[in-house]
Design a binder for this molecule. Structure first.
Ligand code: C2E
Ligand code: MG
Ligand code: MG
Ligand code: MG
Length: 282
């Protein structure tokens, strides 16, 4: 039975599975019928320097404004995009939207870098680098305003295999972050081959960190690693002041999470950037 479950990925067949699968089929159809532009929006979540609360950049997170289901999170549609052969279209859409947003904010007086999430699949798009550089040039945006967040886990492509491609983005001046650090990693050696600017500790190690010495040990490891590679270190998913304080004590300088701000629409993000607000806003 286990073998069958692994092969089909369906698991125990119950009412809830049927419902989920029905929804997924519907979402797949909904997504295929029109342009991504009209459906997928980028929300922005600030990244802060922990001891000042100053915004050092923002991360772009995809949201699908669904006509009947409301705002959908990437967990419910990224894999649909990947399975429907539209990874390249989606990746380029995210790159273009982020660069246009950078240009718009720049015109309005907000100079904050944007980080985008690209899956290793996106890096298999041979034209992505030139596409990105052309847009940066067209919109007069400096490459170091754009950062790529890369996740190693959950794909069969490992970062070592594509490090040559990633380094081309680095050589062009685009920043590089390792996302979800601490999850699903078979080897850390790619960190020495890649010139990484930022390591983002996965949210699962922050949740409950105050009570869990094992999570603290992982964070100490990340702090040491970041120091020896001269890389910035950021903690994802900070939800309380206690977590922020502990992380600072442990030597982590940057953070992101609901405690500071939730992901928000571009306009609201711009307003916060323009007031040079210190987070969390009280
Ligand atoms: P990620 O890049 O690790 O993004 C962080 C996720 O944690 C986001 O979920 C964010 O909304 C959530 N988060 C931030 N702070 C907190 C917090 O304090 N508490 C909790 N519980 N959650 C927090 P989201 O937006 O659902 O995105 C999930 C993942 O989907 C992202 O993980 C990223 O891997 C992927 N993703 C998002 N946008 C894109 C995209 O444009 N392209 C690709 N390829 N992947 C994307
Ligand atoms: Mg990310
Ligand atoms: Mg992450
Ligand atoms: Mg993640």
């Amino acid at each position: 039975y286990e073998a069958k479950q692994a092969r089909t990925g369906w698991g125990l067949f119950n009412v809830r599975d049927t419902e989920i699968n029905r929804q997924r089929l519907r979402l797949r159809a909904d997504l295929s019928e029109a342009l991504l532009e009209q459906k997928i929006h980028l929300y922005y979540q600030p990244k802060v320097m922990l001891h000042t609360g100053k915004i050092i950049g923002v991360e772009a997170l995809a949201r699908w404004h669904h006509p009947t289901d409301g705002v959908l999170y990437p967990g419910s549609f990224i894999d649909i995009i990947e399975q429907s052969g539209r990874v390249q279209e989606f990746g380029r859409y995210v790159v273009r939207t982020a660069i246009m947003q950078l240009a718009e904010w720049q015109r309005q007086g907000a100079f904050t870098p944007i980080a985008i999430n690209l899956s290793p699949y996106n890096l298999l798009d041979l034209g992505l680098l030139n596409f990105t550089l052309q847009l940066l040039d067209d919109f007069n945006v400096s490459p170091d305003m754009l950062e790529i967040e890369l996740v190693e886990s959950s794909t069969s492509i490992n970062i070592e295999q594509i490090s040559y491609r990633i380094n081309k983005f680095k050589e062009a001046g685009i920043k590089l972050a390792i996302d979800d650090f601490g999850t699903g990693m078979s080897s850390l050696s790619y960190i020495s081959n890649l010139n990484v600017d930022l390591i983002k500790i996965d949210r699962s190690f922050i949740d409950g960190v105050d009570k869990d010495p094992k999570k603290q040990a992982i964070i100490f490891t990340a702090v040491t690693l970041a120091q020896s590679f001269d890389t910035k270190l950021l903690a994802e998913g900070i939800e309380t002041k206690a977590q922020a304080d502990l992380l600072m004590q442990m030597g982590c300088r940057y953070g992101q999470g609901y405690y500071y701000a939730k992901p928000m629409q571009a306009k609201q993000m711009k307003n916060i950037l323009l007031t040079k607000a210190v987070l969390p806003i009280k």
